[in-house]
Design a binder for this molecule. Structure first.
Ligand code: BEZ
Length: 236
């Protein structure tokens, strides 16, 4: 596995100059809004170059502590079951752990046998924990050597749009990741803000920074309701 922090292209195709303290620093870790670094890895689907893999598509990248463990088995099986739901949303899936490629291959065969579906996404081996460390997936207070359950949603410009962190003993909700992908897409498409517990089809909000005049231009006057100066709901 290797990571490349340089040569990142910005939205307009220009190279992004990372701040000095990002470069090669073990303290740097991707935050929401950052461009995710390029990396190469061996996976259960062959060698992977992240930039090519992610080209023009969204990515759901998730770490898990270790192969052949109970909670991780249920998570990998559930993501595999939902892989078509990610694909329908134009999202590619990739997992990462500190296991060797051989361990991942053997474990994924067992999951396929036990749960009755193939693991239709690559599982990346990072036995030395290079990307895992760079992405701040090691939390020594939780586990001394294995990564926590961290998820990134990365958009088509390789910008991090969401980060979840779950502890070792609690499996995450794949449904929630899909819900956030739908919410981000809705927010991007309509330039709206998304309320708590939103589901597709539910009402959405005017963003805090949007002036009333712009909302009228964008959505039409009468198309939204002011509940408070800071709480404006789009009627449709
Ligand atoms: C689990 O997935 O159940 C697990 C993973 C690492 C340590 C302990 C439990």
């Amino acid at each position: 596995m290797s990571i490349q922090f340089f040569g990142t292209l910005g939205r307009d195709g220009t190279r992004i100059r990372l701040p000095g303290n990002y470069r090669g620093s073990s303290r740097w870790t991707p935050h929401i809004g950052d461009v995710f670094p390029d990396f190469t890895a061996m996976t259960t689907h062959g060698p992977l170059d992240f930039r090519s893999f992610a080209q023009g598509q969204w990515v759901y990248l998730f770490s898990h502590p270790a192969a052949f463990t109970p909670v991780c088995t249920t998570e990998v099986a559930e993501v595999a079951r939902c892989v078509n739901a990610f694909e329908r949303r134009g999202v590619k899936v990739l997992s990462i752990s500190r296991d060797t490629l051989e361990q991942l291959e053997n474990w994924s065969n067992e999951i396929s046998d036990d749960f009755g579906h193939d693991i239709g996404f690559p599982m990346a081996a990072d036995p030395d924990g290079i990307l895992i460390r760079a992405c701040n997936m090691l939390h020594p207070g939780e586990h001394d050597s294995q990564p926590i359950r961290k998820s990134f949603i990365i958009d088509a410009e390789r910008r991090v749009r969401m980060i979840f962190e779950y502890p070792v003993q609690v499996g995450r909700s794949v449904e929630e990741s899909l819900r956030v992908i739908d919410a981000l897409r809705e927010s991007d498409r309509r330039n709206v803000a998304i309320p708590c517990e939103w589901r597709p089809g539910d009402p959405v909000l005017l963003p805090a920074e949007m002036r009333d005049a712009e909302a009228n231009l964008r959505f039409g006057s009468g198309s939204w309701t002011r509940m408070r100066s800071y709480l404006r709901v789009l009627n449709r």
